[in-house]
Design a protein around this ligand. Structure first.
Ligand code: NAD
Length: 479
């Protein structure tokens, strides 16, 4: 079955699907071919005001809707997403480029997040404080209010559901602005929630000029909370806008994950794991393993084994079978790869594999690339590559490896591979990042806090912490 990409896309405002009409439009491009596949309406100021009014109306209804009823709608939407996962995944592949199996997996994972948050909301217990007989003090959690959320193009559905699911579960209406480059799959996610019975205005999806939309929504008195996933500069900008209204923020701003490979690791198993992880979604993953620090004793064997495995990654149009890695999501990414790799070569790095743009055919392809002996001052050791390139450097001691891992202002995910328990414990404690995975690459299981420290942002998504991000704490004292 082939899924056709819709020729025209819509916005979803106040329970209505809004066509382009006389609005300006944005072209949507298939990154595997470079061809324009659809047109997306841009919300204007009056559309955004309408969405804000609808969110304000919905707030009074949704916050008082019993949690069991909210949860039932989220579970129903999760079932619909699972039923429609293949079709939604096919749209995602056409707009984002990732292989179909990864796209379908993402939709299934997003459905799971709706289930998780529906149940978390039921368990959002408060506290009763110890008082004299006849007196009571309670602590309870209440929804923060209408949310404006901005999600990116690398995981069009999963990064969005990370905001939508907890907001809705907590009792908050949400206006979502996903990335304009990958609009159809988030719209289908919206459709699942509508079809599951979500009242009008509780969730709305808008697209437009990102700077105009965010400025307009964040300035509104209706919006009480901002959640953003994307780059550090945009995160800083949105925080400044939020500061004007003293609004709460959750910021997930990417990373540059160090991977510490110790001499005592299980080499073959580690290599299988990290090469698969590196090229997932063509490396356009905020927790992608990127800076490989490999202990001297196994450096040659590791870099050789990595390059051998990376050479077997099959690159092509993600809609076709047998493809491990699709194109990059937009033309900015291969340009960024070319710039970083050329700089690394000038700085003295060796190219063990790849290093060139891929077979183009109009698409935005880049070869899986392995750089070895990369000097610390090379840009790629300092700037998030967000692409299919692994940069490697040898180290001698544990302290040296930790110093390298903590050298950057970023701190989202970090990885270590060792069979030595004490090394694992020391690394887990010493690395400055929101998440550390040891002997595996799983930092996003859904029930654990997902978020960074330092310039990688603040606040956690997923699990109980992710739900609380959409709630305020209230103390009530009765005498
Ligand atoms: P960018 O900084 O232009 O945009 C990043 C995201 O923010 C996009 O989704 C974009 O639509 C949105 N955005 C941009 N300006 C905005 C504004 N004023 N208000 C609201 N949203 C806005 O960069 P890009 O070229 O799309 O990606 C470049 C870098 O961003 C990547 O190399 C990576 O470091 C980072 N990024 C991180 C994630 C993540 O998961 N943390 C996702 C996508 C991109």
């Amino acid at each position: 079955m082939t899924t056709a990409y819709p020729e025209k896309l819509q916005l979803h405002i106040d329970g209505e699907w809004v066509d382009i009409g006389n609005r300006a439009g944005i072209d949507v491009v298939n990154p595997a071919t470079g061809a324009t596949i659809s047109i997306l309406p841009k919300a204007g100021a009056s559309d955004l005001d309408r969405a804000l009014d609808a969110a304000a109306q919905a707030w009074s209804v949704w916050r008082d809707t019993p949690v069991a009823q909210r949860a039932a709608i989220l579970h129903k939407a999760a079932d619909l997403m699972r039923e429609r996962a293949k079709a939604i995944g096919a749209l995602m592949t056409l707009e984002q480029g990732k292989p179909l199996a990864q796209a379908v997996g993402e939709v299934m994972g997003a459905a799971g997040q709706l289930d998780v948050m529906a149940e978390e909301a039921k368990r959002c217990y408060g506290r009763v404080l110890v008082r004299q007989p006849g007196e009571n003090s309670f602590v309870k959690y209440q929804p923060v209010g209408p949310v404006a959320a901005f999600s990116p193009w690398n995981f069009p559905v999963f990064t969005a559901i990370r905001k939508v699911a907890p907001a809705l579960a907590a009792g908050c209406p949400i206006i979502l602005k996903p990335a304009e480059e990958t609009p159809a799959s988030p719209l289908e996610m919206q459709r699942c929630l509508v079809d599951a019975g979500l009242p009008a205005g509780v969730m709305q999806t808008v697209y437009g000029d990102p700077a105009q939309v965010s400025e307009h929504l964040i300035a509104s008195n209706v919006i009480q909370k901002i959640s953003f996933t994307g780059s550090v500069p945009v995160g800083k900008h949105l925080m400044k806008l939020a500061a004007e209204g003293l609004k709460r923020t959750t910021m997930e701003l990417g990373g540059h994950a160090p991977v510490l490979i110790f001499d005592d690791c299980d080499l073959e198993k580690t290599l299988d794991m990290v090469t698969t992880g590196k090229f997932r979604n063509a490396g356009q993953v905020c927790v992608s393993p990127t800076r490989f620090y490999v202990q001297q004793g196994i450096y040659d064997a590791f870099t050789r084994g990595f390059a051998e495995r990376a050479a077997k990654v099959s690159v092509g149009d993600g809609s076709e079978g047998g493809v491990d890695m699709g194109p990059l999501a937009n033309p900015r990414r291969p340009d960024a790869m070319a710039r970083l790799i050329s700089d690394a070569k000038s700085a003295g790095a060796d190219v063990a594999l790849g290093g060139e743009r891929g077979e183009a055919n109009g698409g935005f392809f880049y070869q899986p690339t392995v750089l070895t002996n990369v000097p610390t001052e090379a840009m790629i050791m300092n700037e998030e590559p967000f692409g299919p390139v692994a940069a490697m450097q040898p180290f001698a001691t544990l302290d040296e490896a930790i110093e390298q891992a903590n050298r950057l202002p970023l701190g989202l995910a970090a990885y270590a591979f060792t069979t030595h328990l004490r090394t694992a414990n020391l690394v887990g404690d010493a690395i400055e990042s929101g998440m550390v995975a040891i002997n595996n690459l799983t930092v996003s299981p859904g029930d654990a806090p997902f978020g960074g420290v330092k310039h990688s942002g603040h606040g956690s998504e997923d699990g109980p912490d992710g739900l609380k991000a959409y709630m305020v704490t209230k103390a009530i004292h009765q005498a």
